[in-house]
Design a protein around this ligand. Sequence first.
Ligand SMILES: [Zn+2]
Length: 261
Amino acid sequence: MNEYKNDQEFLENYGYDINGSWYPRVTKIVEIKAKPALYRFYAQLPSFEHGEAIKEQSAKEGTAVHEAVEAILMDKTDIPTTLSIKPAIDAFLAFKEHLNIAVDPSFVEKRVANAKERYAGTVDALATINGKFGILDIKTSQSAYRDYNLQTAAYMGALRDEFPTLSTRWILRIDQNQTCIKCGSTMRSKGGREKVRLIWKPGDYAVRRKAERCEHEWADPKGDVELVESPVWENDFHAFLGAKRLWEWEHEEILKKIGYL
Ligand SMILES: [Zn+2]
């Protein structure tokens, strides 16, 4: 099934024009990897369209957090923020206090390309944190999933020649949720959908049983921020190139038509 209407839409949405050459986008390439959790997500909803609407709304919220965090990293005085993402942004501001972080504004939302391996992408930021220079990718998820390493390894592979001092990569994960004041379970609202995570302590079934019966009372939303560093990237880069080869196979027909293959 093609997710694009015509060749032009494929060219625009699946790649970037870099100095006259078309390169596929890192974020599209990594989508070739199956995500079994997505089946579960859709299966819990009344319809496929519901899922698409939640994903779209969730992407908008993610963009809003990206814009606010990037503005903060660039020391802008005008931070674009809304009430709905305020807890996450406040948590990031508090987190940043304890972090020695410097960002060059010209390296925020930076377009990068690897001419040898022929792919391109957009890096959220290049940052110096506690003396180390690396790639900073912002995620608005409830965990720092291992899959993110494919994307950041691709950016490392695209930038290592231009920036020999680039030595690491970070996921800056920013999320927000509410905790039940009675049982300690958490609830996360994303894309207009509320998802409860019942509290679970290994071996302590009483806590879980209490949570299952609880008529939750949610405290105000609180931000949840973590910085996860993954300096070793070569293995992930090989996996990314493998994913890229599979992505090219999947889209072979149109890639030949547009002259990429
Ligand atoms: Zn509760």
